[in-house]
Design a protein around this ligand. Sequence first.
Ligand SMILES: [Zn+2]
Length: 71
Amino acid sequence: MTQTRRYRYVGPAELRDLPATVDAVAVDAPGALAKVVFRRCPACGERNVVRDGDFTCALCDGDLPARWNFA
Ligand SMILES: [Zn+2]
């Protein structure tokens, strides 16, 4: 059984790959940076990248808070 229903970018890989992604986005459209949002899941503590306003934890399918909580 897979826990991933939809593509989502989680885990250590995001730390490695995200800077390149941000750079590419920043060059093309600075405003698009606002669409890349981090949330930490309050249920399992996993870091998630929220895309398209889908506030669902990729690891446990829990609801992610609408407000920033990544620290
Ligand atoms: Zn979770």
